[in-house]
Design a protein around this ligand. Structure first.
Ligand code: GLC
Ligand code: CA
Length: 555
């Protein structure tokens, strides 16, 4: 018998920040109580996998990616009991939960680091971190957060040595060459798996090991540790998703997806090409990237984000032409620090100039391309951002639930809120919120819900093969996703003008074609099957007769 697919095959991953999602105790900070009360919304929307950004105790100098205790819950969010109640409720409602696991570093306030700096040089405690007397060691490793740091080393007056930090200076890198570090992090994995979590988003995986004369990224020792991690997870005897974050070209990210390593990895190159396609009105680079991604590993292994809690990465200057990047930046308020580290720290809607057509277009693509589409909380509403906030806070503001006080996020007086809710013109929470959009038939929210319903009913979109079709229009692309039982055709127009072209559907000659979203019949498949798409239009069609019907207008 064929092995059943693991639960994450084609899963839609909804990413949220607990402290920005829903405040259950009125202190102005989102928490597990609030999130638990919003699970019915997520179920209604149709997402079944939740990715929570770090929930652990932390001084919050890097959005919680600076951790002081890997096996605790940040007191603002609740405690382990509140987490347990949340996880149980999520499971009861048919959802899976994956946690962010930050392997590479800790906060400098972590007891391990405090112990290390006072411990004798050469002792196992000291060697939990990477120390050096010479700050030019590993000088081929680039500084990643170059808007904040100018070196990867920081002097510690207690240890009287420098310590390595690939990210911020208060985030010392753990020393994976020390077996005790490896074992400690594997125990963290055991801890959460024993508490029932369904997987991990592995933060910053390329940087675990260092070697002189290299960029210190994706070294063989790093892959070896990730394979160890995979074995450890498998010893728990259930399907646990390991989803890695490696912001790298496709051919460098693909090795993490070796059969005995991670199950999934984000395809950030594809994300960049999606934005560039819309900005430049051309699909050729996007098509090339799709082919390359599919050749590197079977496409279903890629996670496909549009936006997340970080800046939008647009490559290292060679990936996307400068004039296209400039087009993306035009329309964003200038002089507000929106270009950060390696990309733009803005939310999806402002990046798309508030145009719901491009929100639908880009999500319509990731919902139908091979892989695990990722939806960032608030993007289902076209929520805005606060460009003036520090670091990546502009796109981490509270979720907008209702037109009431604080957008229904919290009953606290607004100076106490974790971050200000959006009141920017065009994005005011009194207009852009869940309650209002639920009631408006044509809202973005209802569109997302319908697309996710359609996607659930079409297994070809979860696990089907992928094939690009020949398309003569430079601003359009077309592809099919198919299993033995069904074929779904997708065509999209990334330009601001209408697009008209024909597709060669000889293979499906005379078979019935139906638009998926509303179930309307189209002309039967033919060698010259005409497609007309409005500006930024996208459509899904079902080819042939299948057992599971598209939902139809009443769904
Ligand atoms: C990842 C996270 C980012 C964080 C960094 C350091 O890139 O996505 O938010 O700042 O790792 O932990
Ligand atoms: Ca709270």
């Amino acid at each position: 018998m064929a092995k059943t697919m693991p639960w994450w095959t084609g899963a839609v991953v909804y990413q949220l920040i607990v402290r920005s999602y829903a405040d259950g105790n009125g202190d102005g900070i989102g928490d597990f109580k609030g999130l638990t009360s919003r699970l019915p919304y997520l179920r209604w929307l149709g997402v079944k996998t939740l990715w929570l950004t770090p929930i652990y105790p932390s001084p919050l100098r890097d959005g919680g990616y600076d951790i002081t205790d890997f096996t605790g819950i940040h007191p603002d969010l609740g405690d382990l009991a509140a987490f347990h109640r949340f996880l149980t409720a999520a499971h009861e409602q048919g959802m899976r939960v994956i946690l962010d696991l930050v392997l590479n570093h800790t906060s400098d306030l972590h007891p391990w680091f405090q112990r290390a700096r006072w411990a004798a040089k050469g002792s196992p405690e000291h060697d939990f971190y990477v120390w050096s007397d010479d700050p030019t060691r590993y000088s081929d490793a680039p500084v990643l957060f170059r808007h904040f740091e100018s070196s990867n080393w920081e002097w510690d007056p207690v240890a009287e040595q420098y310590y390595l930090h690939r990210f911020l200076r208060h985030q010392p890198d753990l020393n994976y060459a020390n077996p005790a570090v490896q074992e400690s992090m594997l125990e963290v994995v055991d801890f959460w798996l024993e508490r029932g979590v369904d997987g991990f988003r592995l933060d910053a995986v390329p940087f675990l090991f260092e070697a002189e004369g290299t960029r210190c990224e994706g070294l063989p020792e790093t892959h070896a540790f990730l394979k160890r991690l995979r074995q450890r997870v498998e010893s728990h005897q259930r399907d646990v998703l390991l989803l890695g974050e490696a912001i790298q070209p496709v051919q460098e990210a693909a090795p993490y997806l070796a059969d005995d390593e991670l199950h999934g990895a984000f395809n950030f190159v594809l994300t960049a090409h999606l934005f560039a396609a819309v900005a430049g009105g051309c699909t050729r680079q996007l098509e090339a990237c799709l082919v390359q991604s599919e050749q590197a590993v079977s496409g279903v292994r890629w996670a496909l984000p549009l936006r997340n809690h970080d800046e939008l990465w647009l490559g290292d200057g060679h990936l996307i032409p400068q004039e296209v990047i400039q087009t993306i930046r035009v329309g964003l308020p200038q002089g507000q620090g929106h270009w950060l580290n390696w990309g733009i720290n803005r939310r999806l809607a402002p990046l798309l100039n508030g145009d719901p057509r491009t929100n639908r277009l880009l999500h319509g693509l990731i919902y139908s391309l091979p892989g695990m589409p990722c939806l960032y909380y608030g993007d289902e509403l076209g929520m805005g951002d606060w460009p003036g906030l520090r670091d990546r806070d502009p796109n981490r503001t509270p979720m907008a639930w209702t037109p009431d006080r604080n957008g229904g996020f919290s009953s606290a007086p607004d100076p106490l809120l974790v971050l200000p809710p959006i009141t920017a013109p065009g994005y005011d929470y009194r207009v852009v919120n869940v309650e209002v959009q639920k009631q408006l038939q044509g809202s973005l929210l209802n569109w997302h819900r319908r697309m996710l319903t359609c996607r659930r009913l079409l297994p070809a979109l979860h696990q089907g093969g992928f094939e690009l079709l020949e398309c003569s229009h430079p601003g359009a692309l077309a592809y099919v996703r198919s299993t033995d039982a069904m074929t779904v055709l997708v065509a999209a127009n990334v330009t601001g003008a209408g697009a008209s072209f024909s597709l060669d559907l000889t293979r499906w000659q005379e078979q019935r074609t139906r638009e998926v979203m509303w179930g309307c019949d189209f002309p039967p498949a033919s060698p010259e099957w005409f497609v007309n798409l409005p500006p930024y239009g996208i459509n899904w069609w079902l080819i042939g007769e299948v057992e599971s019907e598209p939902p139809g207008p009443g769904a």
